[in-house]
Design a protein around this ligand. Sequence first.
Ligand SMILES: CC(C)(COP(=O)(O)OP(=O)(O)OC[C@H]1O[C@@H](n2cnc3c(N)ncnc32)[C@H](O)[C@@H]1OP(=O)(O)O)[C@@H](O)C(=O)NCCC(=O)NCCS
Length: 443
Amino acid sequence: MAKLKERLSAKVQEQRPRTQKLLKEHADVKIGEVTIGQAIGGGRGVRMLVTDISYLDPMEGIRFRGKTIPETFAALPKVPGSGYPYVEAFWWFLLTGDVPTNEETLDVVREFQAHREVPAYVGTVLRAMPRDAHPMVMFSTAILAMERESTFVKRYNQGMKKDEYWDATYDDATSLLAKLPSIAALIYRLKYKGDAQIAADPKLDFGGNFAHQMGFAKPYDDVARMYFILHSDHESGNVSAHTTHLVASALSDAYYALSAGIDGLAGPLHGLANQEVLRWIMKFQEKLGGAEPTEENVKQALWDTLKAGQVIPGYGHAVLRKTDPRYVAQMEFCQKHLPHDPLFKLVNMIYKVAPGVLTEHGKTKNPWPNVDAQSGVIQWYYGLKEWDFYTVLFGVGRAIGVLANITWDRALGYPIERPKSVTTKMLEDVASKAIHHDELGSD
Ligand SMILES: CC(C)(COP(=O)(O)OP(=O)(O)OC[C@H]1O[C@@H](n2cnc3c(N)ncnc32)[C@H](O)[C@@H]1OP(=O)(O)O)[C@@H](O)C(=O)NCCC(=O)NCCS
């Protein structure tokens, strides 16, 4: 058995009694209440999901297993000659909550290498699709097409016991995750490089092989590692994480669940915002017609967007109320590696101006930038200029978090998700005090 699965198995045995005790002895303890605004308003702030893998504080930002982004990067074993940790070490860390040793990390590296090969039919499916299909459609389709590989389904059909569900989900998650960088690179080179594919290098790690198969030289391997880790998890309520969790709660396997989560990530209010940021910047530069960007013309362009009834991509957040630390981590990378890049300078200028414009506009609860405002600049600088591909990169990273989450969902026996809906008339009756909310019933 892989070292990681062994450790995870011990953690699962440790954690299960905690969840069972809460359910048995404290199931009626209230952790919040729901208002009409929250029911209509997308469940904002409603506490109804449980995960130990990451936690998002509105002011501090994300912590993975209790560690901030800088603490996470500092703690995990690094690839020799590289400034960033192995993605494989991060996968161990998210699953177990423990920082792996170098030897444990290399065990995961070998496990991923053993599962890296993408079935040939995935290429056949992708090549049969219209070449102008969005890369996120291709990515989601490739994942779904591999559902026939699911160990969970095979074992379920053989009568697998409920307390083994996590074990089969772990196997599916490992097999799927190990293939995702190669699938992303296959899509990239199919769509934009005339289908000139680069074979995987069996010796390389997750990030290193991704850079290799994409065809980008160092330090793009580090960019990939940083990018995948930063985009992995943002607690459970965001669209991609929640969708994956929801679909998996029906015991749909990891392939179905991740494919669905990727579909949610493809929305412009969620992961697609990273391509929208680049699109916005390019349109702005086109309008300038070669003139220098200034704070004045940036401000004007932001107002033009808002007055046209559109959102400023890369700004605002449903939970965060300050600059996203994932934005800061990428900004620091740019300050170190590309301080004089004109696109980076422009993004900084937008950062100077946009929060003021959004505050004056007066709608958004958070005028500060999120992860997507900065990520495209780095990709562009290293030669990945096809911005409609950017969300696929986000998707590879997001898979790490959501697959870790559904493995734990099955380990702790979380049931099928099924919140209750009410009608508009019921809300009107509660609002006018014609009935008390207790009279609505609970199921
Ligand atoms: C992320 C986002 C979807 C969060 O939505 P939310 O939780 O509903 O945000 P708020 O509560 O602050 O929204 C209140 C209002 O401000 C608007 N708003 C929020 N962010 C905005 C932005 N960046 N530009 C313009 N308006 C914005 C909302 O559209 C909403 O308008 P409405 O009352 O007319 O419906 C939203 O901020 C957004 O659309 N941002 C741009 C897209 C983006 O960067 N997404 C990636 C997120 S990681």
